[in-house]
Design a protein around this ligand. Structure first.
Ligand SMILES: *Cc1c(COP(=O)(O)O)cnc(C)c1O
Length: 388
């Protein structure tokens, strides 16, 4: 109670919080102040990709804290060099800009796309097409990019130059891809929008139209990236590589970090002085990121992610209350027939399971290294609630 009282008094009330004070975590479980244990199917919204305080990750992070916690980007560090090299090699990108969050990664992508077009074509070709029901972040530019009217409130005026196309509507895209457009920005699977995967035909059309007109594709993989969907990047499911891909959430295992990856066309678009971040590429975050990348790209890791996803789906399919299951890999949306998602999440919390919601769905983003015993216990709790 003391903690919650302090929050109520002193922390801005900008979140609806569950009445849980998390005290510590280990593996895929955390405990509250009374030592009640919770299995975590939310990973801090997909950030604790290796669960809580993974040994190798914690060792690397602690070692880095005691060696060099920060240096400005006026200098070089070996740990950032190593992370950049592995990230580019593993994803097939040419260069990377490091920042500290998903919104910042998308800000960087927006600036880079506009500059690419400005450098080549001059003024006026600055429109970025985003999709209806998308989510790209909470800064002014990324809110403006976000294609949900509920987010376009209070903070007027929003940034100009964003046009929304209905997801999976190729005609709408063709109509709006005029000569003011410099980029199309999309999530392959809309996360906050309700765990909706884009249709393959639509993604194909986006890439075709963009290739024809030298329009850049920006993939917001802040939620879907770094193994979440069973591939290192979700674009691989579609056989696509965007000109720019943004990452954050799970990239450093729970330490703030964002990354904007650049393909050949845009590899040198941000020149000295055009963009920056004091904390970007922070050594501690890079040390955490190195361990996450090493594990996620190790032999068989992503196969296991996919097998675990199949296990969850098979349990859900047997559940009468489940209308349908969406998503890919360990990014799972559950539509319910009669029950309410938020109520279900509350009940799960009471019974020792943390789950998320997205719009009207229950959303699961379990740690990528969750084991079958934990999966089973968690699914037992969830299905009991759904069947109850
Ligand atoms: C979470 C999220 C963001 C915003 O990331 P922050 O780290 O909260 O700024 C942007 N895009 C997508 C797809 C996300 O899921």
């Amino acid at each position: 109670m003391e903690t919650i009282n302090k929050f109520d008094k002193h922390v801005m009330h900008s979140y609806g919080r569950y009445p849980l004070v998390i005290d510590a975590g280990s593996g895929r479980r955390c405990t509250d102040e009374n030592n009640k244990e919770y299995i975590d199917f939310g990973s801090g919204i997909g950030t604790n990709s290796l669960g809580y305080c993974d040994d190798e990750w914690a060792d690397a992070v602690c070692r880095q804290v005691r060696t060099l916690q920060h240096s400005s980007n006026y200098y070089y560090t070996a740990v950032q060099a190593e992370f950049a090299e592995t990230l580019c090699e593993q994803t097939g990108y040419e260069s990377v800009f490091f920042c500290n969050s998903g919104a910042e990664a998308n800000e960087c992508a927006i600036k880079a796309a506009r500059k690419y077009s400005f450098d080549k074509y001059g003024r006026g070709r600055h429109t970025i097409i985003t999709l209806v029901n998308s989510f790209h972040g909470r800064t002014m530019a990324t809110l403006s990019a976000t294609g949900q009217e509920v987010f376009h409130n209070y903070f007027f005026p929003f940034l100009e130059g964003f046009v929304n196309v209905a997801a999976n509507d190729i005609d709408d895209l063709k109509k709006k891809a005029d000569d003011t457009v410099c980029a199309v920005m999309l999530e392959y699977i809309q996360g906050e929008g309700g765990v909706n995967a884009l249709d393959r035909e639509f993604v194909d059309a986006v890439y075709d139209i963009c290739a024809e007109r030298d329009i850049l594709v920006i993939a917001d993989e802040v939620q879907t990236g770094i193994g979440r969907t069973g591939k290192l990047l979700a674009g691989e499911h579609y056989g696509k590589k965007a000109d720019i891909t943004t990452l954050a959430k799970g990239i450093a295992g729970g330490i703030p970090m964002g990354a904007c990856l650049f393909g050949e066309k845009v590899r040198d678009v941000l020149t000295p002085g055009t963009h920056g971040s004091t904390f970007g590429g922070n050594p501690i975050a890079c040390a955490g990121g190195n361990v996450v990348l090493k594990k996620v790209t190790s032999d068989g890791f992503l196969d296991e992610v996919n097998k675990k996803a199949e296990y969850i789906k098979s349990r859900l399919e047997k559940c009468d209350e489940v209308e349908s299951v969406s998503g890919l890999g360990l990014m799972i949306g559950i539509s319910l027939k009669t029950k309410n998602a938020a109520e279900t999440a509350k009940k799960a919390l009471e019974r020792g399971l943390l789950v998320l919601t997205a719009k009207t769905k229950v959303r699961l983003l379990p740690p990528l290294n969750i084991d079958y015993a934990e999966l089973e216990s968690g699914m037992d709790i969830l299905t009991a609630i759904l069947e109850g």
